[in-house]
Design a protein around this ligand. Structure first.
Ligand code: CMC
Length: 391
């Protein structure tokens, strides 16, 4: 039985209409609300982009001031969440702590859970964007046994986050402005990407009427996998494993071998078949950041060699496999002193803006139905139950 279109991995099914992000995979075009990613990367800030994704327009100065004020006044996480953290093993992965903590927010903030109320939805959006860096930094510090830092609300979004991550009492943090700028740029590039696996997950969970924190927590867990947001962590581990440029050829050989599960992490994309416009921007930024921070990372040599080798290899050319956004992001995160296990957490902070914009759009769409995929059944034909002694 079954009269449904079989579309494994949703390669050709549009599950929703959306006015947020546009991608042309063949041309390498990415627009947020109509604005090219290149222009936003150069001229905007992450918080402004978050406003744009949520509201559809770039904010006027007063609108931005009000938005930033609201975000800033929701940066604290509930003090009891600290107790929640205490329950984790000290070497828990920060993504596990992030997913669990964000899901738990619905137990702390009951007053914005009416998903049909636009004001409630807005408050939840503000809380999520505001608290995500606080929770992320807390997860990191817990994992290394450092006391958590409260958010400094006299700082702006990205700088505040870096302080929560790295500041120690009575020692002012010497922050290179290049570091904050680089992180802000990475957040802009990761803020949204239409119906990727995690955003589709948020929408599917959201379609049941689940609360915003539950919906975003589901997005976080979907992001974790190495085929999606986990790729940035996997790229760095891969580069470390390869170790030196002379080992690159062997890695490329393995990636082509169909009997070997090894893939070149940070290569390939379901939608981009010529180049990933985000990778282009990041590649440039990567060299700039390393130069200005005076970091001499041998892994960059491995990365360059790998890129070069893959780009001229028939296997990769035929299959249109180019470096994606996560090929270079890990090297920048590393240069900023962010540990490898935190890379996907970084992605999650940025993508929260996109997830919540999609979740809100979904609830603003009249007549939206619960997501309910069908299947092509491949199991047994009807048969009679056999008692245990006759099997
Ligand atoms: N290394 C080696 N071979 C690859 C790779 C790779 N990274 N990616 C795809 N292929 C091959 C694949 O084996 C297949 O070959 P064949 O046609 O001979 O069977 C062909 O290319 C098509 O691959 P696919 O798996 O059908 O493509 P997909 O659209 O389902 O998967 C992808 C896209 C991104 C999951 C995949 O390219 C991949 O696993 N890449 C590595 C992980 C990665 O970097 N992910 C981050 C994506 S961008 C950020 C994000 O989404 O979060």
């Amino acid at each position: 039985t079954g009269h449904f279109t079989y579309d494994p991995g949703f390669g050709s099914t549009a599950a929703t209409k959306s006015a947020i992000t546009y991608i042309d995979g063949d041309q390498g075009v990415l627009l947020y609300r109509g604005y090219p990613i290149e222009q936003l990367a150069e001229k905007s800030s992450f918080l402004e982009v978050a406003y744009l994704l949520l509201n559809g327009e770039l904010p006027k100065q007063a609108e931005f001031a009000s938005f930033e004020h609201q975000i800033t006044h929701h940066t604290m996480m509930h003090e009891s969440l600290k107790n929640f953290f205490q329950g984790f093993h000290h070497n828990a992965h920060p993504m596990a702590m992030l997913a669990a903590s964000v899901a738990s927010l619905s137990a702390f903030y009951h007053d914005d859970l009416d998903v049909d109320n636009p004001e409630d939805r807005k408050l939840a959006a503000i809380r999520l964007i505001a608290k995500m860096p606080t929770i992320a930094a807390a997860a990191y510090r817990y994992s290394i046994g450092w006391p958590m830092r409260y958010p400094r609300n006299n700082l702006e979004y990205v700088t505040r986050f870096l302080h929560m991550m790295f500041e120690v009492p009575s020692e002012p943090l010497q922050l290179n402005p290049v570091a904050a700028k680089a992180l802000d740029l990475l957040f802009i590039l990761h803020a949204d990407h239409e119906q990727n696996a995690s955003t589709s997950t948020v929408r599917l969970v959201g379609s049941t009427g689940a609360n915003p924190y539950a919906s975003i927590a589901a997005g976080i867990t979907a992001l974790w996998g190495p085929a999606h947001g986990g790729a940035n962590e996997a790229v760095l581990k891969m580069l470390e494993e390869i170790g030196t440029p002379d080992k690159v050829e062997t890695a490329v050989k393995r990636a082509k071998d169909k009997n070997d599960n090894f893939r070149l992490m940070g290569f390939g994309h379901r939608v981009y078949k010529n180049f990933d416009p985000r990778a282009k921007i990041i590649r440039e930024m990567c060299h700039k950041v390393l130069g200005e921070l005076g970091v001499n990372d041998p892994l960059l040599d491995v990365a360059m060699k790998l890129e070069e080798a893959a780009l001229k290899d028939e296997y990769f050319v035929e299959r249109k496999l180019y470096p994606n956004v996560d090929f270079y992001s890990g090297i920048i995160y590393k240069a900023l002193g962010i540990p490898t296990e935190m890379f996907t957490v970084m992605f999650a902070i940025a993508r929260t803006a996109g997830w919540i914009a999609h979740w809100i759009e979904q609830h603003e769409t009249p007549g939206a139905r619960i997501g309910r995929p069908r299947q092509v059944y491949t199991g047994s034909a009807p048969r009679d139950f056999v008692p245990a002694d006759k099997r």
